[in-house]
Design a binder for this molecule. Structure first.
Ligand code: ADP
Ligand code: ASP
Ligand code: MG
Length: 409
């Protein structure tokens, strides 16, 4: 049995006309002799609508009930789509996360897939030509509905492709591939024909929401080639795949940005062994994803500690910091929501110098102040004021001439 997994995001299933375009893509897969597993997101705006309802009904929504609520967005999409297909004579049915045996841990709102028992779906594919599976959702060990974090339908699709040993996994969206940067904020962005898993991982983790980071981790681990392409055109998209030598010749291949950032500064923390552990262990325990961390040099036995985390974790983080404040002698806890992370990414920068200085110079030429810097062997990240985001992205894109073939030094 040849299986094709196709995933369609929120804008691709926004209304009946959009769903007709989805049907056309599915029919193309069927015509090639595939059984098609279609993974759908909630209709555009629906997840946000449900989340805001959850927050109107409760000051602090119960995470399990919130997941039970937001997962309904995907349920609507698959039921409507399956009935549309059945109506036009295709053997199809819908599947929710638990029916597709997508088992996750119990971390509501950001659950991780633990296993998928593909036997039932394979059996169903003997009887049906198309299975419309709800993205974004799974079932916890004690049978409750969980969701996989924003953008989680990408992960559902890649995980299903791996479990079903699908021949291909196509991610259909509102842009026609992965670009050198977000084409919606930089008109010079260039579509990439291929991108290495590691590079895509960095792009996704640095904010390029075209693929959820967990989906790229799955793709890399199980070696699933992922084809990102447009629902609304027929142009070939971008293949996310294993690195090849050609890719290494390019020093910089993309720029990503992430506005979901908050900067915290702890003034005058006592400087003794174990202090960082005392700050970051309770934050990790509460599920706060801390990102960039800077500790200043010590002066008179105290130091300043600065770090960033997601804006969604603001209240949680402040509450934890208040609890440890006295014990660690912290004089002041400051936070700033008007910041953004901009990253320059490329697997080829591993063995080269000069990329960081070029990025800093370009930002300086536009008078953009850098608040924090962090690097890995294949990326350079600067925290800047949020109001300069678009300017910084375009400036860096220009500086590394990404509208051409990628920066080769
Ligand atoms: P979907 O609802 O189909 O999952 P998303 O909105 O989650 O779509 O992801 C697609 C969006 O990702 C695009 O509209 C684009 O604005 C954004 N994006 C950010 N960085 C990139 C990039 N490097 N290449 C392509 N799209 C990007
Ligand atoms: N509907 C979910 C979200 O908006 C999952 C997804 O679209 O991938 O985040
Ligand atoms: Mg998405």
């Amino acid at each position: 049995m040849r299986i094709l997994v196709q995933k369609f995001g929120g804008t691709s299933v926004a209304d009946l006309d959009c769903m007709r375009q989805v049907e056309a893509k599915v029919r193309r897969g069927l015509a090639k002799g595939f059984k098609v597993v279609v993974v759908l997101s909630a209709m555009a705006g629906e997840t946000n609508r449900l989340l805001s309802m959850a927050n109107q009904w409760a000051k602090s929504p119960d995470p399990g009930e919130q997941d039970c609520l937001v997962a309904t967005g995907e349920q609507i999409s698959v039921a409507l789509f399956a009935s549309m297909l059945i109506d036009s004579g295709i053997k199809a049915r819908s599947l929710l996360g638990f029916q597709a045996a997508i088992k996750t841990n119990e971390f509501f709102g950001r659950a991780r897939i633990l296993s998928i028992d593909s036997r039932k779906m394979i059996e169903m594919l003997e009887k049906y030509d198309v299975l419309a599976a709800a993205g974004f959702q799974g079932v916890s060990p004690d049978g409750r509905i969980t969701t996989l974090g924003r953008g989680g339908s990408d992960t559902s699709a890649v995980a299903l492709a791996a479990a079903l040993k699908a021949e291909q996994c196509e991610i259909y969206t509102d842009v026609d591939g992965v670009y050198t940067t977000d084409p919606n904020i930089c008109s010079m962005a260039r579509k990439l024909d291929r991108i290495a898993y590691d590079e895509m991982l960095e792009m996704a983790s640095m904010g390029a929401k075209v693929l959820q980071i967990r989906s790229v981790e799955f793709a890399k681990k199980f070696n699933v080639p992922v084809h990102v392409r447009s629902t609304f055109t027929d142009t070939p998209g971008t293949l996310v795949t294993k690195e090849d030598h050609r890719m290494e010749e390019v020093l910089v291949s993309g720029i990503a940005y992430d506005k979901d950032q908050c900067r915290f500064t702890l003034r005058d923390v006592v400087d003794r062994p174990g202090v960082a552990a005392k700050i970051f262990t309770p934050l990790a325990g509460a599920g706060v994803l801390v990102d960039m961390i800077i500790q200043n040099t010590s002066r008179d036995g105290v130091t300043d500690m600065t770090f960033t985390a997601s804006r969604n974790d603001l209240e949680k983080t402040l509450a934890i910091l208040e609890k440890i404040r006295e014990h660690l002698g912290i004089k002041e806890i400051l936070h700033d929501l008007h910041v953004c992370k901009v990253s320059v990414i490329g697997v080829g920068m591993r063995n080269h110098s000069g990329v960081a200085s070029k990025a800093f110079t370009a930002l300086h030429d536009e008078n953009i102040n850098i608040l924090m810097i962090s690097t890995s062997e294949i990326k350079i990240t600067c925290l800047i004021e949020e109001k300069y985001t678009e300017l910084a992205v375009r400036t860096l894109h220009d500086a590394f001439e990404l509208e051409k073939n990628g920066f080769t030094g």
